[in-house]
Design a protein around this ligand. Structure first.
Ligand code: SF4
Length: 332
């Protein structure tokens, strides 16, 4: 789906006609040009011959009914996964993929095991949100938040990621406010520096997952390029320049990073910073397992006792392999 093509197809048409056609795609969320009844028959025929609205996808629903995963087949045959999370407070968050596969090879992540194939275009990112907006429309709802936490490292596809945000922020598209977008990075410092200069107020999340360099390098090879000191210098700079709170993601993995020693190291990293920790319990893969609930509680109690701001991330879609670290498709 190349949205720029619309202007080209309609280059001789008056501008109100182009706006009307776009409204059908992004606001009325039509899936077939025949639904665009206020367009002339000829225009409907022209659009259906030149601009397909079809998104090839396969849907899975979680048992709890709060998570939907879509497997999307792209035009070149690659497949990506994208996830809708329905929060109890009414938010509908889409976790979008930004790349096919990922080059960063985090040891606990199914996407990382695939290797890297290619960046997604801005249109392919927007298409993931469009697909869920079509689904939610049937329930009288819409996507309220977009997080770049699916397959891939968004900071390594920075231009397309930012372009997709600008596009979805446009009131004629989804009109989602800048603060409704969060970019999550495994620690690409040069990406954080670019985001600091971005005029839009986009949220930053950083995957920490290990509070010392030795463990982090073993789990996340990117730590060899930018270690924790360099990463936190960039986080401090982001906070100083933007005055926005940064989310530090920490996935608890059984017997890897779940002891009180790591809790104390994490506390030191987060101390006196405008940030909060998002604690996540690892979703079982064949590589690692989640800690017991007693161990999770011990870790959380330590943070609480030392007044470190944290939240537990609600678990979504682990039964359909839609949770963090479980997304992995790339078939061509
Ligand atoms: S956790 Fe993120 S950055 Fe790391 S390999 Fe997986 S997709 Fe890539």
């Amino acid at each position: 789906m190349d949205f720029k093509k619309i202007d080209k197809i309609l280059e001789t048409a008056p501008s109100f006609r182009r706006a009307q056609v776009k409204r059908f795609i992004f606001k009325n969320l039509i899936e077939d040009w025949e639904e665009a009844t206020s367009l002339s028959k000829d225009l409907r025929a022209l659009m259906s011959s030149k601009f397909s609205l079809n998104i090839e996808h396969q849907r899975s629903e979680s048992k709890e009914n709060n998570t939907t995963k879509e497997l999307i087949t792209l035009e070149d045959g690659f497949q990506i996964e994208t996830v809708l999370m329905r929060h109890e407070d009414g938010r509908n968050t889409v976790c979008v993929s930004s790349q096919v596969g990922c080059a960063l090879g985090c040891d606990f992540c199914a996407t990382g095991k695939l290797g890297f194939f290619r960046n997604l275009t801005a249109n392919e990112i927007v298409m993931q949100v469009l697909l869920f907006n079509r689904l939610l429309k049937k329930e009288g709802k819409q996507v309220t938040n977009v997080v770049y936490m699916g397959m891939g490292e968004p900071m390594l596809n920075y231009e397309n990621v930012i372009n997709s945000i600008h596009f979805m922020n446009n009131k004629d598209v989804f009109g989602l406010g800048a603060r409704k977008f969060s970019i999550s990075t495994a620690g690409v410092v040069e990406g954080i520096k670019k985001l600091i200069k971005e005029p839009m107020e986009i949220n930053l999340a950083v995957s920490i997952h290990a509070p010392n360099d030795k463990l982090r390098t073993a789990l996340m090879p990117i730590n060899k390029k930018w270690n924790l000191k360099q990463l936190f210098t960039a986080i401090d700079e982001y906070i100083a320049k933007t005055n926005r709170r940064v989310m530090l993601e920490y996935t608890l993995i059984k017997n890897v990073n779940d002891s009180l020693i790591e809790a104390a190291q994490l506390k030191e990293l987060a101390r006196n910073k405008l940030c909060f920790i998002n604690l996540i319990t690892y979703n079982k893969t064949k590589f690692y397992a989640p800690p017991s609930s007693a161990v999770v509680k011990r870790f959380a109690d330590y943070l609480e006792k030392h007044r470190v701001a944290f939240t537990f991330r609600q678990r979504f879609g682990h039964d359909i392999a839609a949770a963090c670290g479980q997304l992995a498709r790339k078939k061509k």
